[in-house]
Structure formats: structure tokens, C-alpha cells
Design a protein around this ligand. Sequence first.
Ligand code: KG4
Ligand code: ZN
Length: 334
Amino acid sequence: MKDTYILAFESSCDETSVSIIKNGHDEIATVVLTQMDIHALYGGVVPEIASRHHVESITIVIEECLNKAGMKIEDIDAIAVTYGPGLIGSLLVGMQAAKTLAYLYNKPLVPVHHIAGHIYANNLVQPMEFPLIALVVSGGHTDLVLMEEDYSFKRIGGTLDDAIGEAYDKVARVINVPYPGGPLIDKMAFEGEDTYKLPIPLDDDSYNFSFSGIKSAVINMVHNEEQRGNKIIKENLACSFQNRVTDILVKKTMKALKEYNVHNLIVAGGVAANKGLRSKLEKECKLENIKLCVPNIKYCTDNAAMIGAAGYYAYKLGRTADLDINSKANDSLK
Ligand code: KG4
Ligand code: ZN
């Protein structure tokens, strides 16, 4: 069978990334240019600054990726791009670049939902086996998704308020841990002890999550202690917070696997890099005989390789778009 090469773009937040993926699983080349250091100065992503940097970087990143792969655009079969959700100004830069190349080189354009990309990051590790449950945990999403076959997504539950990554970043901010706080809170959690009494996030029969309660509890507690002149033991607070949120993520995920009689679990999104979450899932999946797949750390946060992997399957299913397609800041996974 002839090989299929996808040139993929990701620019939904603060990473400008271009990748070439063969047959949905072989990474030929990926370039990721992160703006993290710039936004860290402001304690979070500043949308206007992000889109300006995407504009400045995109052509350089495309060229670098093609050089790394030793390929030309003529060798590509289709162009995949994150169309949403994300920051609209950022999304538009990747979309415009993808459309321009699709038009100039007469290549099919394949729009990819950002979360489909995070899910398909797993296909870069090993072929995804269906049916599966995907636990999607990122800066903007916390979802449980049932997939019965390629590119079919059924959301069975999700957060009612803050996304898990957002909760991590806000907790980090209140204890003066620089943006993005998730990875540092994760590291600190292993250096501390679970000594803080924090509320258990929504623990009901549904597959929904709620993290705003625990987030607010942390913020209020830190402020109260500061007013009293008491010192917060940051590592212990990180440990208690991480334990509470990962416990509930693991509990509801394991319940979904059981109820839907599914034996494959994949984890997707930036928070899939979380060591506490990974180790708890590993333990539970071993006990329950569930096959667990977690992307390599470099594929957990935003990158175009995952968009190329998802884009391959979308392309095979004929999910291409005309050049008048628009980016979308919000859109559900379907
Ligand atoms: O998927 P992603 O790169 O961007 C979105 O699509 O949102 O996820 C970024 C989020 C940030 O909130 C970041 O703090 C969080 O993932 N994150 C982590 C870890 N690594 C990244 N959160 C907890 N533990 C980590 N190790
Ligand atoms: Zn993401």
C-alpha cells in the first residue's frame, strides 16, 4: 500500500508546531516552538501576544520541519490543521498557513479538533485498540470519551466548571509558582505530604467532574493563612491538592471502563504528563486488567504530531474541508 504523508499544523494556544506524519503513526519530523517563557512573565497566556508570535514563527517552523524531514510539500498527501477549539487569533495563523499551502500545492485540507489530536497522540506510541475510553485532561478540557472505532467520539462526561489543567495553574498562581504551574505542582507533590484538609471534588454517580470547589478552597485557605501570618508548606499543599484531584479522575475513569465493559484506556492532554495521575492509573489498570496507554511526555502537551496522527484517520474517512472553512474558538468533539 502506498504511504500517506500528512503535513500538520497546531497553533491553538502558545505553541507553534508543524509535523509530518506517515500513515497516522510514524513521526517523520516535528518542530515545536513554545512561547511559554514569554507568557510566564504575565502569569498566563496573553492571547494577543500569542497570535503575534505565531505570525512571526510559522514560516520558520514550516521550513525547519520540511528540512528536518528532507521532504518537499509536493511529497505530502494532505494538510491537517487544528481548526479549534482554542484562542481564535492563534488558531487563525495555523489555519491561514494550512489553507495557503493547500491552495498553492492543490492538496486536500483536513480540519482536526484539538482534542481529537490529543487523543491520537496515543497512536504515535502504539496502535489504538477499540473500544476504548479516553480520559482527556488538559488546560481547557476534562472529558471522558468513549470511542468504538476510529474517529468516532462519544462524550460520556466532563467538567462542569474548570478544566483540570486550569485548576492546577490557578492553584500554582496563588502559591507563586510560575506559569504553567501544573508540572511544578506535580513535582512538588512528590516532595511533600498530604497534610491539608481539602474538599473532595464532585464524587457522585455521574461521569462529570467539578474542580472549582477545591480550587477556591485552596485559594481561600492560602489567603486566610497569609492574613494570619502563617506560612504555607507549598509541597504539602501541592501533595494534598494532587491527591484529591487525581483520586477522583481515577475513580470515575475506572467506573466508566467497568460500566461500558471496555478494556482499553488512553490518557490525553497536557495533564496526561502528571506523574501522580499516571502512577495511580497504572496501579488500578493492572489490578483490573485494563490495557493503559499514555503518550510519551513530549506528545502530552500541544504539538502538531498528534494533529498529523488524527488528521490521517480523518483524511482516510474523507473528512476534508473547502478553503472557506473557519477556525472556531469553541466547538464540541464530534
Ligand atoms: O494540552 P495542553 O498542552 O494545552 C491545552 O490544550 O490546554 O495542556 C496544558 C495544561 C496546563 O494547564 C499545564 O499546567 C498542564 O497541562 N500540565 C500539567 C502537567 N504538565 C502539563 N498539569 C499537571 N501535571 C503535569 N505534569
Ligand atoms: Zn492541548
